[in-house]
Design a protein around this ligand. Structure first.
Ligand code: ADP
Ligand code: ADP
Ligand code: MG
Length: 663
């Protein structure tokens, strides 16, 4: 076994590979770009080498620099992860030429499978069933058009060098072919530097089912069963599971053997995935066709690990160091069901456009061991880290395992509920909607699931205004109480305030203004009215957040305030509500004892008063910038300014005292 390896990647996969290496007492070398100087993977490895600027072409794609780093640190082998250099045959060859082991297949196998058209020609010879189509060398538009006519519409034009869901155009009818071809070629040349295309029959409502294969240097091959990755957006996977629902033993063996034949045809070594498009017949039978082979470890490999109990990175390291495959086909068994959800920085409501931001809050479910039903999180970020525009938008992978699909599904839903991210728009809530959609719950899977379930997925409000407002108010009152607790002179009984019996709140919820009114009873009880819902509001602090009772409902909520926006998380879903006068309220409460604190982290723009000034109630005192907005902090009562604690330009954290006022 190797003593030291270099991991030529970043993020979750770099951490994932390092974890197995550590378990096997193999030392690890990380590489990092400027943007990743303090990234999780850097600290996770035994040593780290800076390799250049933030853009991938200046760092993670600079293979000469990476090979240099491996030699300088005494690493014997390089693990490429996925993406970046993982499917670059020149890099694999350069490693070998430099006397380093590339932890992956031989350069010749990467090359053979690198172009979709060439690999289809190879597969045809190996007897692997192909999607009907044209994958020849003649690229004249007239010929491609006549091939499309022959195949029959709809067809899919694919960049032969494509990947990551890019460079594909579906064509519904003959008249649209030329324009689609031109636009596909433009994207292909821009993204992959190669505009060769192939044309395929565009399967209707197909499933994406892929087979994990493994080969060693001694000519042994196995398949580690299938993964169903049909749930996609932009031709990219969102949810993956193993085994594939409805898969029969006979079909599994047939697909497994076809995948092994594909691997054998290119003398494959290491971990690889053969992707098939599967057509479902009305009678329930399935027809499978080769789509492409990914010559690397796949993002979704953990579901295979969960059902087989194996560590695929360990297998990769063993095979790369020359050992035979640890197990033979007959020794491989499927146990239970596993599902992976990709948590991405993206906005489902805006066509899944990637987003950037900071993980101000990043709460995760507790990970559990195998015997308790696995909850596993693979990520490469920590709370406080930023998702930058330079790299992939995937934040984390959440993997669950259960004895049955139902069990795994329930566990996934709960684990997603416990995944609370604030500061960054993500698909977490969307994923919960998918998991609970009738199609997904009933394993009615195909690549059109998301558009088909659009009504359930995009227009759902799991937490309504009344509960959102009640949660925000409960949180604000608990914060006030906590603040008072530190100051014996302002301690009050229960929620009683001096002379105040009613308190108005203004909110914005889904772009609509909303009002709420809180009434303090003499006995310390609270009545809340939000829109046309009213009743007693009862709450208490719990380990998780707040135990809340309102409007005939009782639930546990967690509220994270970011500026004026309260992010409300409950078991049934998450929502956001904007407290329009939150600052004034926060100021009021914090100011009761003559102090004013920052209601959120931000920058002081200016102080509008100086020490010694007499101020009136409501007079603006300071302006802060937070969450790209300006906020004015006003005097809660008349008094004299005693001291300013900061200067304009200072960065302040939440809760710090900004100025003192003698009332
Ligand atoms: P998988 O089949 O393993 O799920 P994806 O298609 O989701 O693979 O790609 C995995 C990751 O690999 C992507 O998130 C991206 O970072 C990278 N990747 C794959 N193909 C490409 C490509 N052609 N260009 C750039 N990045 C790619
Ligand atoms: P990539 O290299 O980008 O992963 P693939 O060829 O694997 O490209 O295709 C990506 C996805 O596009 C598939 O998972 C599937 O959802 C869809 N797709 C690809 N080929 C077809 C086809 N012939 N018919 C229908 N859908 C297809
Ligand atoms: Mg693919």
């Amino acid at each position: 076994m190797f003593k030291k390896i270099l991991i030529a990647n970043r993020g979750e996969i770099a951490c994932r590979v390092a974890a197995t290496a550590r378990r096997m007492a193999v030392k690890t070398v990380a590489v990092y770009s400027d943007a990743d100087a303090s990234a999780k993977h850097v600290g996770f490895c035994d040593e780290a080498v800076h390799i250049g600027g933030s853009a991938p072409k200046d760092s993670y794609l600079r293979w000469e620099r990476i090979i240099e780093a491996a030699k300088a640190t005494g690493a014997e082998a390089i693990h490429p992860g996925y993406g970046f250099l993982s499917e670059n045959e020149e890099f694999a060859q350069a490693c070998q030429d430099a006397g380093l082991v590339f932890i992956g297949p031989p350069a010749s196998a990467i090359k053979a499978m690198g172009l979709k058209a060439e690999s289809k020609q190879l597969m045809e010879k190996a007897g692997v069933p192909l999607v009907p189509g044209y994958h020849g060398a003649d690229q004249s538009p007239a010929l491609l058009r006549s091939e499309a006519d022959r195949i029959g519409y709809p067809v899919l034009i694919k960049a032969s060098a494509g990947g990551g869901g890019k460079g594909m155009r579906a064509v519904e009818k003959a008249e649209d072919f030329e324009a689609a071809l031109a636009s596909c070629k433009r994207e292909a040349i821009n993204s992959f530097g190669d505009d060769a295309v192939l044309v395929e029959k565009y399967a209707q409502r197909p499933r994406h089912i892929e087979i994990q294969v493994f080969g060693d240097m001694h000519g042994n091959y196995v398949y580690l069963f299938e993964r169903d990755c049909s749930v996609q957006r932009r031709h990219q996977k969102v949810l993956e599971e193993a085994p594939a629902p409805g898969m029969t033993e006979a079909m599994r063996r047939q697909m497994g053997e076809a995948a092994v034949a594909a691997a054998r045809a290119v003398n494959y070594v290491g971990a690889g995935t053969v992707e098939f498009i599967v057509e479902q017949r009305p009678d329930g039978s399935m027809n499978f066709f080769f789509m492409e082979m990914n010559t690397r470890l796949q993002v979704e490999h953990p579901v295979t690990e969960a059902i087989t109990g194996l560590d695929l990175v360990e297998w990769q390291l063993r095979v790369a160091s020359g050992e035979p495959l640890p197990l033979a086909q007959a020794q491989l068994k499927i146990n239970g069901h596993a599902i992976e959800a990709r948590i991405c920085a993206e906005n489902p409501a805006n066509n899944f456009l990637p987003t950037t931001g900071t993980l101000n809050v990043y709460d995760k479910p507790a990970c559990t061991a195998f015997e308790r039903g696995v909850i596993r999180i693979d990520d490469g970020v920590r709370q406080g880290d930023t998702i930058s525009p330079f790299y992939d938008s995937m934040v984390a992978k959440l993997i669950v395992h259960g004895q049955t699909r139902e069990e795994a599904l329930a566990r996934l839903d709960e684990a997603l509920a416990q995944t609370r991210i604030v500061g960054l728009t993500t698909n977490v809530q969307f994923l919960r909607h998918v998991v609970r959609s009738p199609s997904f719950a009933n394993a009615n899977l195909d690549t059109a699931l998301i558009p088909r379930e659009a009504a359930v997925l995009f227009h759902q409000e799991p937490v309504g205004l009344a509960l959102a407002a009640a949660s925000a108010i409960a949180q604000a009152l608990l914060a006030e109480k906590a603040a008072e607790g530190h100051d014996p002179f302002s301690r009050r009984d229960g929620w009683q305030t001096h002379g105040v019996t009613q308190r108005p709140f203004e909110f914005e919820f889904h772009g609509e203004p909303a009002k709420a009114s809180l009434t303090y009873g003499h006995d310390g009880s609270l009545q809340l009215a939000v829109g046309d819902v009213s009743g007693p509001l009862v709450f208490s602090k719990s380990a998780q957040g707040i135990d809340l009772q309102f409007a005939g409902q009782r639930l546990s909520v967690t509220v994270h305030a970011q500026g004026e926006v309260d992010h409300v998380f409950t078991a049934r879903g998450a929502t956001q509500i904007t407290a329009i006068d939150l600052l004034a309220h926060a100021g009021e409460s914090h100011a009761e004892g003559g102090r004013l604190s920052a209601p959120m982290p931000g920058k002081i723009l200016s102080f509008l008063v100086k020490a010694g000034d007499r101020v009136e109630k409501g007079q603006p005192l300071a302006v802060m910038e937070a969450m790209k907005m300006e906020h004015t902090i006003a005097a809660p009562a008349a008094g004299v300014v005693e001291e300013l604690m900061y200067a304009p330009g200072d960065q302040v954290s939440e809760g710090v005292e900004l100025l003192k006022i003698a009332v």
